[in-house]
Design a protein around this ligand. Structure first.
Ligand code: AMP
Length: 467
């Protein structure tokens, strides 16, 4: 069953009604590059034909002026893909384009479908031939095979069959469609520029192109944008919303406004301040593991009235250590990525803020680096999220439960492993106190409370896919 590609974090961008649709999409993907660095693609429509270009690599390296010129039209969608090794192949890069009875279409999907393996098996029995191992392709085949009435009915019929997280864009010759799963797991926002509509995973994409944020695409909502304007439908409903809390902690960019217009930077600072209230210790200086730990460290320092400084310097020109395939390379990766500023740290008691501990590799290396290279007297690790105990099945790239150090070790055991003087995580109660309760969040990675069940699958079986 390993055909199923479960690791996907992505960024999507779409535009309707702008003469420079592909150029705007290129810029939008550029701003969303943090959501996926493995490959990217753009599909445009000139009203009669779809034009697709996609490659492995970073947005800026893939698209030249010449390549963008070959993507004409006033409608476009784009996708940044992030996945683990093994599925790192061009055929899995989106948008996925296909021709079926009602004409050509292209889709760009952010999230993970938990029942994709079953649906795929059924579709293959009916004769569907898949081009990729990406779960997103299931949606294309469901639309093509659907016996429901018109195109919109087919889309609705299809998205009602898939279970999991999807922030989805669909491009046809004359229209752009956006659908968000009923739980609202991944973010998706609607904006406007020069009378054209834009849709993006995060609002930082709007800032770059000068678009104005209008509102979120609501959980369960389907937007149809065409010549007649914008039409909203609510084809999907859930008993609760379950927006991914890890978007706030790590994944989204701090300048973005997500889940009802909440600023990510502000949220992270509040997590840091709450963490400070929960973890008193005598120290001289607060530093962050850059970049993801910086806002929480600033919030922590403000609340604890301790100075904040940049005690670790990050080399920005290498990939994320997390996605390196082998243990040996990952160990090396931390050293290559971060270097301590001895002048700031020597002889001091240091509080280090990071957003999360996954395997524990990064923290262990950092503690050693701060003591040996930095000359720190004491190293106190503070994590601006609760212990990561459960893998994510809804689109965040986490390793198996066995590899999550907090799934089998308590904070004291982890402290000993990473050789810190003290280690404190933000409490789950503290985290929940900070995020506004007007919204419901998925906190499965911290409490194993999975809001979207796995039809026909048990949790243990699901986890087998991650092995
Ligand atoms: P580890 O060394 O496995 O404990 O990884 C911890 C580091 O990975 C932290 O510094 C986090 O900022 C970062 N991190 C957490 N989740 C992810 C993710 N899904 N993708 C990439 N990096 C992550």
């Amino acid at each position: 069953m390993l055909f199923h590609d479960i690791h996907e974090e992505c960024g999507v961008f779409g535009v309707y009604g702008h003469p420079e649709a592909a150029n705007l999409t290129y810029l939008g993907l550029y701003a969303l590059q943090h959501r996926g660095q493995e490959g990217a693609g753009i599909c445009s429509s000139d009203g009669r034909h779809l034009h697709l270009d996609k490659s492995m690599g970073l947005v800026a390296d893939i698209f030249s002026e010449k390549r963008l010129k070959k993507l004409p039209g006033h409608i476009a969608i784009g996708h940044n893909r992030y996945s683990t090794a093994g599925s790192s192949v061009l055929k899995n890069v989106q948008p996925i384009m296909a021709n079926f009875a009602l004409g050509p279409l292209a889709i760009a999907h952010n999230g993970n479908l938990v029942n994709a393996p079953e649906l795929r098996e059924e579709l293959e029995k009916e004769g569907a031939i898949f081009q990729s191992t990406s779960d997103s392709e299931v949606i294309v085949h469901l639309i093509a095979h659907s016996k429901a009435g018109d195109f919109y009915d087919r889309v609705i019929h299809s998205v009602r069959q898939v279970s999991g997280a999807f922030s989805l864009l669909i491009l046809r010759e004359k229209e752009l469609i956006a659908v968000r799963d009923a739980y609202g797991v991944r973010p998706l926002s609607l904006g406007q520029i020069d009378g054209a509509y834009v849709i993006a995973s995060e609002t930082c994409a709007f800032d770059l192109i000068g678009a104005t944020y209008i509102r979120d695409v609501e959980p369960g909502e389907m937007l149809i944008i065409d010549e007649a304007g914008i039409k909203s439908m609510q084809p999907l409903t859930a008993s609760r919303h379950a927006s991914c809390i890890f978007e706030f902690i790590y994944f989204s960019r701090p300048d973005s406004y997500i889940f009802g217009g909440q600023n990510v930077n502000e949220m992270r600072k509040k997590f840091g301040a709450q963490l400070s209230r929960e973890s008193d210790v005598d120290a001289d200086l607060v530093i962050a593991v850059p970049d993801s730990g910086v806002p929480a460290a600033i919030g922590f320092a403000e609340e604890s009235k301790l100075p904040f400084d940049f005690g670790l310097i990050r080399n920005h020109y290498i990939g994320r250590t997390f996605i390196e395939p082998k243990q040996s390379i990952r160990h090396f990766g931390v050293k290559i990525k971060l270097n301590p500023v001895r002048k700031l740290l020597e002889g001091k008691r240091i509080i280090v803020i990071d957003d999360s501990i996954v395997r524990g590799t990064t923290s262990k290396k950092i503690v050693k680096m701060l003591r040996e290279g930095g000359g720190a007297k004491e190293v106190h690790i503070r994590i601006s999220s609760p212990p990561t105990v459960g893998p994510c099945f809804y689109g965040i790239d986490t390793p198996t439960r066995q590899e999550l150090i907090a799934s089998s070790h308590n904070a004291e055991e982890i402290r000993r492993y990473i050789t810190a003087d003290t280690l404190v995580y933000l409490s789950l109660e503290g985290l929940k106190r900070i995020v506004p309760m007007s919204h419901n969040y998925c906190t499965a990675c911290f409490d194993n409370n999975y809001p979207i069940s796995f039809p026909g699958e048990h949790l243990e079986q699901m986890e087998l896919f991650l092995k």
